[in-house]
Design a protein around this ligand. Structure first.
Ligand SMILES: Cc1ncc(COP(=O)(O)O)c(C=O)c1O
Length: 511
């Protein structure tokens, strides 16, 4: 309709200016396809009134000469402008500009698609399900000293070595990498993990299911086991990403005390008596965030309680690789005759979190359900990196990397200990207290200052650190703890960062 009206008005108008060759339109556009650059030039001419409503464009041959491009490129551009209602074509006559008002609207819509979408949503009653995610998320902008715990030092990851395995996978593709096969994960990686679990953790005879990190594992298990109103026991301070997954799947959290220990077993026993708890989420080794590990006896007591009250245990062994003494307590899943324990672990601390590879080792009946859920969610996870990891594990590079990293982190751990001891002596007013954990990549520090405020002031000075309140979903009135990670910074940086942090803590006391 619009096209016909305009068509009548357009007949007498002639074309008065020439387009410049595209080579003259500036460097920015060079990577953009030629026909898109032609479209842009024509739209600009319309926006600047060099081309007006009803005006006839030169023939495609002339346009091709003016722009310095092939005629087919012009034809493609003109067809696109017609599709966008910016031009219209008249048989045997040529191409014309449509009404200015319509053009303006079209141009605006094209430039600001985003805002158009936002406006359209106003007419739609979008009803999202609330996602329960309210977790500290790390930003590394302007951060000089990153004390966030738990991420490996990427500087020392053997990328060249790992790249060889990735290249091998690409050079010798396996047909199953290209298909929907193997919902449970890449078979060679599953075999390598089973072997690794057997040798390092005494976990045997349990199926392994590969996930996109432990986070996906926690979410999938929650999806399979939890219903609205189910209760999940977690330690009072803990891993909020896991909590979000539980809440997202309908659960209510029951907080168990974890004062000086990993978990207060007396408190767990009394909470279990008071109410029906379906799941218990634990980090028995190197408690997140307080770093203490449960002894074998404590683990047995917890399993005993879980058996009596028919509770399923999620054992999140997120940091198993880095042990600094020879006394390693085997995971609870290494002795699970009642089949109560779902064991999780991750490669995020060995490779890098972006690899998104973790796994579940669970009783066979859980495994079957996981496969069904995986097929519903995404068929399978990407498998080529999984295969490269399997090759790295079987070839031995993986173990060598863990050995080297453990040495490096041990030296950083001891160095941090020395720096902290120095500050303990220098600044007794800060009452610095900590117990060096036997495993893991962080130190849980107690200080006689408001640690939430300290973390806030430190951030302004480029120091990123988490205080106690980052590990709780309820307000903590007196935050007295900091979690000081030592894996990411060199000894020199660690030293400087801690000195600055302690200077800020002293400032807080003195003002
Ligand atoms: C307690 C805990 N569980 C699991 C993970 C690992 O998460 P993912 O494997 O999803 O990277 C972390 C990472 O920091 C963690 O702290």
């Amino acid at each position: 309709m619009i096209v016909t009206c305009l068509f009548q008005a357009s007949q007498k108008l002639s074309f008065t200016f020439k387009f410049s060759p595209l080579v003259n339109t500036g460097n920015d556009d060079k990577k953009v396809a030629l026909y898109l650059r032609v479209i842009k030039a024509i739209k600009n001419s319309i926006a600047q009134n060099k081309l007006t409503a009803g005006q006839k464009l030169p023939s495609s041959r002339t346009l091709a000469q003016q722009f310095g491009v092939a005629r087919q490129t012009i034809v493609n551009a003109l067809n696109e402008l017609i599709a966008q209602d910016i031009l219209y074509a008249k048989e045997k006559s040529g191409y014309f500009v449509v009404d200015k008002k319509v053009v303006d609207k079209k141009l605006t819509n094209n430039c600001h698609t985003q805002s158009r979408i936002v406006n359209e949503t106003l007419f739609t009653d979008w009803q999202f399900n609330n996602v329960s995610h309210n977790v500290f998320s790390e930003s590394s902008d302007n951060i000089q000293y990153n004390f966030i715990a738990g991420t490996p030092d990427f500087e020392h990851f053997p990328f060249t070595e790992f790249r060889r395995h990735l290249a091998h996978v690409m050079n010798y593709p396996d047909k199953s990498d290209f298909s929907y096969e193997h919902a449970q994960g890449q078979p060679q990686l599953i075999t390598a993990i089973k072997h690794y679990l057997h040798c390092t953790r005494n976990i045997t005879n349990r199926p392994v299911f590969i996930t996109s990190g432990s986070q996906e594992a926690i979410f999938m298990i929650s999806r399979l086991l939890l219903n609205k109103g189910d209760k999940v026991a977690v330690s009072q301070l803990g891993y909020q990403h896991a909590w979000s997954a539980f809440k997202e799947n309908g659960a209510t959290l029951i907080k168990i005390k974890n004062d000086q220990q990993n978990l207060d077993i007396g408190d767990l026993a009394s909470k279990l008596k008071q109410q029906k708890i379906k799941l218990l989420y634990l980090t028995p080794d190197n408690h997140y965030p307080t770093t203490q590990s449960l002894s074998t006896k404590q683990r047995e007591q917890i399993v005993q309680l879980a058996r009596e009250h028919n509770v399923i245990i999620i054992e999140d062994d997120y940091d198993h690789e880095y042990h600094f003494t020879s006394q390693i307590t085997p995971p609870m899943a290494s002795h699970d005759p009642q089949q109560l324990i779902i064991y999780l672990s991750t490669f995020s601390k060995i490779l890098y979190p972006g690899a998104r590879i973790g796994f579940i080792s669970a009783p066979a009946l859980v495994f079957k359900q996981l496969i069904k859920l995986r097929q519903t969610m995404s068929h399978k996870n990407e498998s080529m990196t999984q295969r490269a990891l399997a090759l790295w594990m079987t070839e031995g590079g993986f173990s060598r990397h863990i050995l080297r990293s453990t040495k490096r982190y041990q030296s950083r751990r001891l160095f941090t200990d020395t720096v902290l001891k120095h500050h303990q002596k220098q600044s007794p007013q800060l009452s610095i207290h900590y117990t060096l954990a036997k495993s893991g990549l962080s130190i849980w520090l107690k200080l006689n200052v408001d640690c939430a405020l300290l973390a806030e002031t430190a951030l302004k000075q480029g120091i990123l650190i988490q205080d106690e309140s980052c590990f709780s979903d309820v307000k903590i009135s007196k935050s007295r703890h900091l979690r000081l990670g030592f894996s990411r910074l060199s000894e020199k940086e660690q030293h400087q960062g801690i000195d600055k942090l302690m200077a800020l803590a002293n400032d807080q006391i003195n003002t």
